[in-house]
Structures are given as structure tokens and as C-alpha cells.
Design a protein around this ligand. Structure first.
Ligand code: 9MR
Ligand code: ZN
Length: 542
């Protein structure tokens, strides 16, 4: 018998569920006890269901009615005890580390020990960079390493920036704690200081005509070395409409949000965003090609209409430019792509968030209401899936693919924001269940975050983590998660074909298709936790 719980803890007023997995030795009841051993609840006949994604027979044990903070434990008839905690701030520390992750991804600067502790390292990738197949080079320092590799990709970076800036804009009260980064104490919230580090690099990727280069990476991924020891030169690959649109969106958002703190910087971002926007209007065709001889990530896409939609929404919100307003409005009306996508490939949800969070000021009541219907419709669908399976993920079994945790977190964000839009608690509860899954309430009992949980992620596919000879990985990094396609050698060797989608995961650095880390897998956790920050009142906080 196995019992899976959120290993960090549960909110006092939130939904509280554990998942009991049926095994051959099943015996009942399972009881929930307080720390003195007193039985508070007894689960005599849980209702088991067959679950497709985990290929288990499992049941939900609901203990939501328990709302007193404290330490408790589930006791199984075989003597096993599984601790659970109820507290106001189960994820507060994680929220800080999940943000600090971006500092650890900084390229082109020394990570000093006063900020990075034992994970300090020298500056990396500071050399000038050549444009691929061109006779020119440039200084291109800065930005965040994308993932476990050292590449920097504008599209992926912009999506992370989008998540982080929305986190700040939608829940500024969550960002009062300094991150202990070099800029801390400069009067600007640290999350904005950190995002600026990426935006500054974005600006270096833009051409005078407004277009933006797709990526700055080596020709192929380097060995498992510390970044400062990476011998491979970087190149800048050609422009793409995807990068230009994502850049325009992120820079326009930045212009809106930094205005209050640094008007000069905001104006610079607004100018860059508008130049990218003009280029997009002048170049309506889809443009993307990963050069044949470059073997780093390509972030390929089949269309750029969702990227253009996001850009148009952010640009329209900047100064009401009618041309962009039209594109944004048409995006909502025509529904030709997902309007709730929050990943690197489908970014339409970021454009919809722009329209919704503006609360009809720029886009008009009619479009706002339409956008709201679309969002609530998607959330309703995800809520139904959540309630249909004992692990309560909003995931269909086939969605457990590369980066499935991004999908889980995206759905959690959609659900949570739907709760805000509608005032319906059941959406918030469904979003909390997604978080439970990420933090250990899954059939592998795996916390998908380094440094957190009773079974924390230990061995992510991340070059510095592998190369630094330090046992514990840097805390607060989110893994990609189960991938039913078993897309690397290691997972193929360790996990048999036909394994349940939710179990196709190994906490092994060699498994890049299940256990890498990326900036845009951390950023949705930051957004989700920011949205949850004010959700459950802590009387002491008020
Ligand atoms: O996150 C990306 C995932 O959705 C794709 O299926 C996968 C294969 O194309 O690529 C992932 O992105 C990787 C990127 O290309 C390079 N840096 C590491 C990223 C995470 O694995
Ligand atoms: Zn670097």
C-alpha cells in the first residue's frame, strides 16, 4: 500500500488530499493522527478507481475539513507512517528559491559566493560572438542559460519573462522578500532586477531594423563542464519572426511594468518593442529556420500567429496603437490557435492574460468578456479532468511528454486565474491539486523540485550541477517531469516500454528527456506560487 502526499504541506483553508494506491497487501483503515497519536480521521472504504495515466488503482483521501495548522501523520495498518503538515506558508521558501534559480542561470557574470554560496563560479561566455555565416561579430554577454545546456534562446527566454512579469503584475504583494542578488536593495523589487538581466541581453539580440535573432548558442551542446570552462565559441543564428514577436511582447510588458521604477529603461524597452512591432507588420510571413549545422535546441514552431497575437496585445496596451489592437481583437474573435497556451510553443495565453488583466481598459468590454469566457471554458475543462482522476492532474495520459511539468503548472495557472476571474473556489482548489502533484503527490513519490520535499529531486540534467562536485543540487529547480516517449538512451534502458506515462521519469542527470531543468519550467512555478500567495489568509500576515 502506498500513500502519496504533498511533501511540503497543505494550506489550512485549502483543499487537502492524499492519494492511496492499491497494492496487493491492501488492508484498511488508513487513519490520520495528530502528533500525539490521536486518531482524527479514519478512511475505512476509500473509493478506488482505475487511473490511466499512472496505471494504478488509487483513491483520494480527503482531509480538507482539518484546518488547524500542525504536524500530522497518516498511519497505515502495516505500520508505515507518512507525515503531513498543515501551515500557512508551505511554499514560501520554495517561492524564493524558485526565483533565485534565475540568478543561478545568469550567463556572462561571476556568481560571487556572497550571493551564490557554495555554488559560486567565475564568469562564463564573455567572448565576442560571431553571427553565423556573416562577417561580423558583437558583444553579446548576459541573459540566462536556457536550461541544463548553456544556450540562450530569445523565444524560451521571453516566455519565462512573461511568466515572471505577470507574476509580479498580478501579485506584487508576493514579491516583498529580497533575493540576495547583486542588485538587491536598489529600490526595485528583485524579481524586476532579475528579469532586467534577461531583457538587457534581449536588447543585444535585436537588429537596427527591429528584427530579433533566434538564439545565441554554440554549434552543438558542450560537455558537462562548469560554464566558465566551456571551450566552445558561441554564434548568433539568423532572425526569426518567432523571436521578434516574443521579444516585442516581453519588451512591451517590461516597458509597462518598469515605468514606475525606472522611466529611462522603460522608454528604451518601449522603443525596442515598437521597432520589433513595426518589423512584424512589415514582414507578415512566418520566418524560422534552424540552420542545418547547428545542433542546439531549435524551439521549432509551425506558426507564429500566437506569438504575433501576444506581441500585439502587449504593444496595444502600451499606447493603444490601433494596428496592434486590431490584431489582438481578431485573435480573440477568430480563435485560430490556443488562447490559453502558456508554454514556449503556444504563447496565446500570455496575450489573453494581457487582455484580461487590463480589465477592459484598452481592449473594450466586449473583447474582455469574450476572453474571459474562453479562459473560464478552458479552466472548466481542466477542472473536469482534474476531478476525474485520483492524482487530480488536469492532464490527459497522452500529455505526459517532454516537459510535462510545464503542462501541469500551466494548467494550474489557468485554473488559479479562473478562480480570480470567477470567484469560484473550486478552480483554486483544482490549481492546488496540480501543485500537490509537483510536490510529491504522484505515484513515484517524487518531489519534482530540488531541495524540497521528503524525496527531493537530486540529480537533474544540469551542467553546473553535474560538474561542480557538490552533492546537493542548487535548491528550487523544477524538473521537466515524466515523458511517455522515453526520448533518451538512459530512460530507455532504465524504464521498460509500456510504463505508465506518469511513471516515465528517472531522477538521473543522463536523462535529458525527463529530468532536465529550464528557465520556463521554473517561471510557471513562480507565477503559480505568486497567485497562491494571497489566496489563503494568514491572520499574522494581514
Ligand atoms: O522544452 C523543449 C521540449 O518541449 C521539446 O520537446 C524538446 C525537444 O525539442 O526540447 C525542449 O527544449 C530544450 C531546448 O531545445 C534546449 N535546451 C533544453 C530544453 C529542455 O530540454
Ligand atoms: Zn554562460
Amino acid at each position: 500500500m502506498k500513500l502519496h502526499v504533498n511533501q511540503l504541506g497543505y494550506y489550512p483553508q485549502g483543499i487537502k488530499q492524499a492519494v492511496l494506491e492499491k497494492t496487493e497487501d491492501l488492508s484498511l483503515p488508513v487513519v490520520l493522527k495528530n502528533k500525539d497519536g490521536q486518531i482524527l480521521m479514519s478512511f475505512d472504504s476509500p473509493s478506488f478507481t482505475q487511473d490511466e495515466a499512472s496505471q494504478t488503482v488509487s483513491a483520494i483521501l480527503d482531509f480538507s475539513s482539518l484546518d488547524q495548522c500542525g504536524k500530522y501523520f497518516f498511519a497505515l495498518p502495516d505500520g508505515t507512517e507518512i507525515p503531513v503538515e498543515i501551515k500557512y506558508d508551505p511554499a514560501d521558501k520554495l517561492f524564493i528559491d524558485a526565483q533565485k534559480m534565475f540568478y543561478f542561470q545568469r550567463c556572462g557574470t561571476e556568481l560571487e559566493s556572497r550571493y551564490a554560496g557554495i555554488y559560486a563560479h567565475k564568469a562564463c561566455h564573455t567572448a565576442k560572438v560571431r553571427y553565423l555565416n556573416e562577417d561580423r561579430e558583437t558583444e553579446c554577454c548576459g541573459g540566462w542559460h536556457d536550461a541544463g545546456d548553456y544556450g540562450r534562446y530569445v523565444t524560451a527566454g521571453a516566455v519565462a519573462v512573461g511568466h515572471l512579469l505577470y507574476a509580479f503584475e498580478l501579485a506584487p504583494e508576493a514579491f516583498g522578500t529580497a533575493l540576495n542578488i547583486p542588485e538587491s536593495g536598489n529600490g526595485i523589487p528583485d524579481i524586476l532586477n532579475e528579469v532586467k538581466y534577461e531583457l538587457d541581453w534581449f536588447l543585444k539580440m535585436q537588429e537596427a531594423d527591429g528584427s530579433v535573432h533566434h538564439k545565441c548558442t554554440s554549434m552543438h551542446h558542450t560537455d558537462f563542464l562548469m560554464p566558465e570552462n566551456d571551450p566552445l565559441p558561441f554564434i548568433i543564428t539568423p532572425i526569426s519572426s518567432l523571436a521578434t514577436a516574443d521579444f516585442a511582447a516581453a519588451a512591451a510588458m517590461g516597458a509597462r511594468i518598469y515605468k514606475k521604477y525606472d522611466a529611462g529603461y522603460a522608454a528604451k524597452l518601449a522603443d525596442a518593442a515598437k521597432r520589433a512591432g513595426e518589423w512584424l507588420l512589415d514582414n507578415p510571413e512566418f520566418l524560422f529556420k534552424n540552420p542545418d549545422n547547428v545542433y542546439t535546441g531549435d524551439y521549432r514552431d509551425v506558426r507564429d500567429t500566437d506569438e504575433r497575437f501576444w506581441a500585439a496585445a502587449e504593444l496595444a496596451r502600451l499606447d493603444g496603437d490601433k494596428r496592434f489592437l486590431d490584431i489582438a481583437v481578431k485573435g480573440i474573435q477568430n480563435r485560430e490557435f490556443s488562447l490559453t497556451g502558456l508554454g514556449w510553443e503556444e504563447v496565446g495565453g500570455l496575450g489573453t492574460l494581457c487582455i484580461l488583466s487590463d480589465n477592459a481598459a484598452f481592449f473594450g468590454r466586449d473583447i474582455y468578456e469574450k476572453a474571459k469566457d474562453i479562459w473560464l471554458g478552458a479552466a472548466g475543462y481542466f477542472k473536469d479532468i482534474t476531478m476525474s482522476n485520483p492524482y487530480s492532474t488536469a492532464m490527459k495520459p497522452e500529455e505526459f511528454q517532454w516537459g510535462s511539468n510545464l503542462e501541469v503548472l500551466s494548467k494550474a495557472i489557468i485554473l488559479n486565474y479562473a478562480g480570480r476571474l470567477s470567484g469560484k473556489k473550486e478552480f483554486i482548489n483544482a490549481s492546488v491539486r496540480q501543485l500537490d502533484y509537483i510536490l510529491g503527490a504522484n505515484p513515484l513519490d517524487q518531489s519534482y523540485v530540488t531541495g524540497y520535499g521528503t524525496k527531493p529531486l537530486m540529480d537533474p540534467h544540469n551542467r553546473p550541477t553535474v560538474a561542480d562536485n557538490i552533492t546537493d543540487p542548487i535548491p528550487g529547480f523544477v524538473s521537466g517531469g515524466p515523458n511517455r516517449n522515453r526520448a533518451d538512451q538512459e530512460v530507455k534502458e532504465q524504464i521498460p516500454e509500456g510504463t505508465a506515462p506518469m511513471k516515465c521519469f528517472i531522477d538521473d542527470w543522463k536523462s535529458y528527456s525527463t529530468n532536465e531543468i529550464t528557465i520556463y519550467w521554473n517561471s510557471p512555478l513562480v507565477l503559480l506560487l505568486a497567485l497562491l500567495f494571497g489566496e489563503f489568509d494568514d491572520p499574522a500576515r494581514a
